[in-house]
Design a protein around this ligand. Structure first.
Ligand SMILES: Cc1cc2nc3c(=O)[nH]c(=O)nc-3n(C[C@H](O)[C@H](O)[C@H](O)COP(=O)(O)OP(=O)(O)OC[C@H]3O[C@@H](n4cnc5c(N)ncnc54)[C@H](O)[C@@H]3O)c2cc1C
Length: 287
């Protein structure tokens, strides 16, 4: 299929992009990597009057370490994040997550900001952002603001992004030396969106877990933080009993609904399997 006709503007600056968004309102869409947007245009799931291309805005791309925080510009390509030594050192969960996202050709174009803005419930990066306690930096008509990733995702493809706002960066606290990260998922084929996945981040002090953040994707309308499972793991060493306790606590955290891939009972079963796998990775010293 072909998209409905649209106008195209290549923004020369962030201010110009914001002015255009203010001018066209609901009729405009920001074009980043285009890996999701162009498909929705071609399928006529979306028919904006204007595309505002932000690909020329170098100020939105790049990775910097500022005051203990890794600041990843919204336009930074997923492939750049995958290959970044800073990310591997300071937020290794993102490095681990990248190979699960589509294929290299998609990651060469797809951006972190596009994935966070799209908020696909089965996407890896929104869940990783919540697991890492990241903050989303936005700019809009009222100026800049920053929101916790955990509150940013509101529902199915629904975020806290307000009218005329763009994501400018994702800010990730640098992982502490004792921090451990892990990710696992089930997908029908490698590179497909996950049927269900789990991103985990915790501190491991003398073998005992602290600040456990387990975040599921593909199991609800948005990333789901398993707070009950996290709570039963606090202060415990990862052994069979701890894994079983966390698995049992999932009944309080998850209320999966059936989707194209699996029924609710299967999803809950897979969530238990992923919990064991992710905890094993954390125990094994995954960074
Ligand atoms: C074959 C294929 C397989 C894929 N598999 C996966 C997968 O397994 N896991 C996964 O997570 N993703 C997957 N994707 C999606 C891919 O990661 C996309 O690149 C990503 O979701 C969107 O990023 P983008 O830069 O391409 O955004 P675009 O497609 O350009 O935009 C997506 C949406 O976000 C908005 N947007 C983009 N940037 C901003 C910004 N800075 N501020 C505000 N709004 C913005 C756009 O207006 C649009 O509504 C797949 C894509 C393809 C084509």
């Amino acid at each position: 299929m072909k998209p409905a006709p649209f106008a195209y503007v290549r923004a020369g600056s962030l201010d110009q992009a914001l002015d255009l968004l203010a001018e066209y309102g609901e009729d405009a869409r920001v074009l980043a990597g285009g890996q999701s947007l162009i498909a929705t245009l071609n399928l006529r799931l979306s028919a904006p009057a204007v595309l505002i291309d932000i690909n020329g805005l170098d100020e939105l791309a790049g990775i910097a370490v500022e005051d203990g925080v890794l600041r990843i510009g919204a336009l930074t390509r997923q492939r750049v994040i995958e290959d970044s030594r800073e990310v591997e050192r300071d937020a290794p969960l993102l490095t681990m997550a990248m190979p699960y996202i589509a294929h290299p050709a998609v990651r060469n174009r797809g951006t972190i900001g596009g994935s966070i803005a799209l908020a696909d419930p089965a996407a890896e990066l929104p869940a990783c952002a919540v697991a890492l306690g990241a903050r989303i930096e936005l700019r809009g008509p009222s100026g800049p603001r920053t929101v916790e990733a955990e509150g940013f995702f509101r529902g199915l493809y629904e975020t806290d992004l307000g009218p005329g706002e763009v994501i400018t960066a994702i800010k990730v606290p640098k992982s502490a030396p004792a921090a451990r990260s892990a990710i696992a998922e089930f997908a029908r084929r490698h590179g497909d969106y996950a049927m269900i996945g789990l991103a985990g981040h915790a501190r491991v002090d003398g073998g005992a877990l602290a600040d456990v953040r387990l975040v599921f994707f593909g199991v609800g309308a948005k990333p789901i933080r398993a707070t009950a499972a996290g709570a039963v793991l606090e202060g415990r060493k990862i052994d069979d009993a701890a894994v079983a306790a966390a698995q049992d606590a999932l009944a309080d955290d998850l209320d999966p609904s059936a989707d194209l891939h699996a029924g609710a009972a299967t999803k809950l079963h897979l969530a238990r399997v992923l919990t064991a796998r992710v905890l094993k990775q954390l125990a094994g010293g995954a960074r």
